[in-house]
Design a binder for this molecule. Structure first.
Ligand code: PMV
Length: 310
């Protein structure tokens, strides 16, 4: 039948999205900024069918919850009486603590655009991907992306844009400290934080400042400014999670140990900073000149270049 296919990269937020002002449309409390990892992501192939939806993930039948989340999103675009065959492949190591929902919904909306030949611009595709998963709004782009929170209630001004800046010397390190299941997903975690964390009122303003600081750091290729802001932003997000009732503590003893290792590396002159999402794993920011020292302290780290290198 009629088909469309597409690829989208994963992204790592350096200024985090944490808190929704509208849960149905995934409208955020604050803007966010990310970097995509072009080697890791999702490829999706869509075919229109006569029957019910079928969803495969990496060649096998997808888990029920995963398939239902996709079908619910596809309902927004479904022609009367038709189903979709969705074949999705993640090159994201499933245990690396990277959100495959971001690359997943970005690839899905691009595959829909190809299938129906909408030829929508990336702003619009970003807005639509956002409805599937907030962070997916940023996975339409390679490189840096900023997701503008927007002001409207209908979400038409809440989408991400790619930044033109490249940074060939920038490296991202993936440190997998724990592969077990998260205690709580991001949607429930955000809701609980917004509802019960007394520190949360400070977050949206702080996060907007992080975005501004990071835009300046990216413009100037100021690694220390970018790393310091990303690390402070992640720790502040985790502080709001931890101060929520019941507490949301994603950190394991190995997480804390890895944080100390990063601090020790910096104290001995290696420029490296970390960020963390809704899980126990660390993502490192470093210039390529620090790669050898970081690899020595984190033998299992996977170091990736977000931009083409010279
Ligand atoms: O897009 P979601 O609903 O999976 O939320 C992502 C939340 C964080 O990963 C913690 C932060 C972010 O901006 O990606």
């Amino acid at each position: 039948g009629q088909h469309g296919e597409a690829w989208a990269p994963v992204n790592i937020a350096l200024a985090k999205y944490w808190g929704k002002r509208n849960a149905e449309l995934n409208l955020p409390q604050n803007s966010s900024l990310s970097i995509s990892l072009p080697e890791l992501g999702t490829h999706t192939r869509l075919t229109l069918t006569e029957g019910a939806d079928t969803v495969t993930l990496n060649g096998a039948l997808a888990p029920e919850a995963f398939a239902q989340r996709l079908s619910r999103f596809l309902n927004l675009f479904r022609p009367d009486g038709l189903g979709f065959a969705v074949e999705t492949t993640n090159t994201v190591p499933t245990a690396a603590g990277l959100a495959s929902s971001a690359s997943g919904f970005a690839a899905l909306i691009k595959a829909l655009d190809a299938l129906f030949d909408w030829q929508l611009d990336y702003k619009t595709l970003s807005m639509l991907a956002r409805i599937g998963s907030g962070s997916a709004s940023r996975s339409l782009y390679d490189g840096f992306a900023v997701w503008h929170r927007g002001e409207k209630d209908d979400g038409t001004d809440s989408y991400a844009e790619g930044l033109p800046e490249t940074w060939p010397d920038l490296r991202i390190g993936l440190v997998e400290v724990d592969t077990s299941q998260k205690p709580i997903g991001s949607t429930a975690g955000m809701q609980q934080t917004v509802n019960s964390c007394p520190l949360y009122t400070a977050w949206p303003t702080f996060a907007e400042q992080s975005v501004q600081t990071q835009l300046a750091a990216i413009r100037d290729h100021d690694m220390e400014k970018l790393g310091d802001s990303a690390e402070h932003n992640a720790l502040t997000m985790h502080a709001t999670m931890i101060a929520t009732r019941p507490t949301i503590l994603y950190w394991t003893p190995e997480t804390v140990q890895a944080i100390h290792t990063v601090q020790q590396l910096r104290a001995s002159g290696t420029p490296v900073w970390f960020t963390m999402d809704a899980g126990p794993n660390l993502k490192l920011l470093l210039p390529h000149t620090a790669a050898a020292a970081v690899q020595t302290s984190f033998p299992e780290v996977r170091i990736l270049a977000p931009f083409a290198t010279a």
